[in-house]
Every structure is written in structure tokens, then in C-alpha cells.
Design a binder for this molecule. Sequence first.
Ligand code: NI
Length: 172
Amino acid sequence: MTTRPIITLPDEKTLRQVSKPIAQVDAATRALFDDMLETMYAAPGIGLAAIQIGVPLRALVIDLSKEGEDKRPLFVANPEIVASSAELSDYEEGCLSIPDYFEMVQRPREITVRYRDRNNEAMELQATGLLATCLQHEIDHLNGVLFIDHISKLKRDRVLKKFQKAAKLGKL
Ligand code: NI
């Protein structure tokens, strides 16, 4: 397992890519999952999509366990949201690719996701609360969508400018 550098804004060229489906979850995919998990734990974060370490494949990892609890990693390949509740919930979201920025985002409260697990088994998961939010946030990454796309244009432009300016000044 290796910790890999996390791609952050202003690198929209990478982060806006649409990731490709994984033909089969094999040893190479599992090695990718392991690197993603280690990178996420080191950050630390609760979710990471492959594109955030520069790999444009439809893979994500999530672990919502709290400090001191046993780790509960979730490995997800080729996720598809097959149902979403009409009811919405608000969460203050952040993203390892947009460091130190948090904003309220509204998303469906409950979703059903089909995916392949670490052993290439077809799975279906019904998620609610933080897990539902986290899955939607990470699945967005696979489509080149960032959580700031769900906030006002004014706020989004302000964040993008801040990161562009910091990069220009060599602070990133
Ligand atoms: Ni993110």
C-alpha cells in the first residue's frame, strides 16, 4: 500500500474528467483500492474517489468509522444510483480536493446503489444519512462533479478564484 498525492483545485482538468468503468475488479483494482484507502486514512478523510489520486476509473472508498472504532472500509466499483428519495437532507460537506472549505449541500436523504465490491460481486446497498451523502459526493467525482457545483455560482466562483490565486502565488 502506498499513500499517493491527492489532486486538489485548481486542477480542474483532472478533477473534471469522467472516469471509466472497471471491466472487472481484479488484483490491480484491489491494489488501487488499497492505495486509495491508505491515502484517505492518512489525509484523513471519510471518502475518496480514484480520480482524486489521478486515476480515471470508477472506484471509490468510504469509511465512516469514528476514531478509536474498528475500521469499516467500503470498496465500491462502478456504482449506480438506482433509486433516490424525494426527501432531502442537509450536510456540511468538505472534500480532500478542496482543502479547508466547507459548505451546506442538499441531497436526497436516502439512495439505493448497485455496485461491484472488492471481490467483483454484484452488490446493492440502501444508504441513508451521512453514508447516503458520502456515496453521492463520491459518485459525483466519478462524473467530474464537485460538491461546490451544488452551491451558488457566487460562492463557487469565489472558491475557484481562491485556489487559482494560491496556485499562482506558489502556495499550493
Ligand atoms: Ni470530494
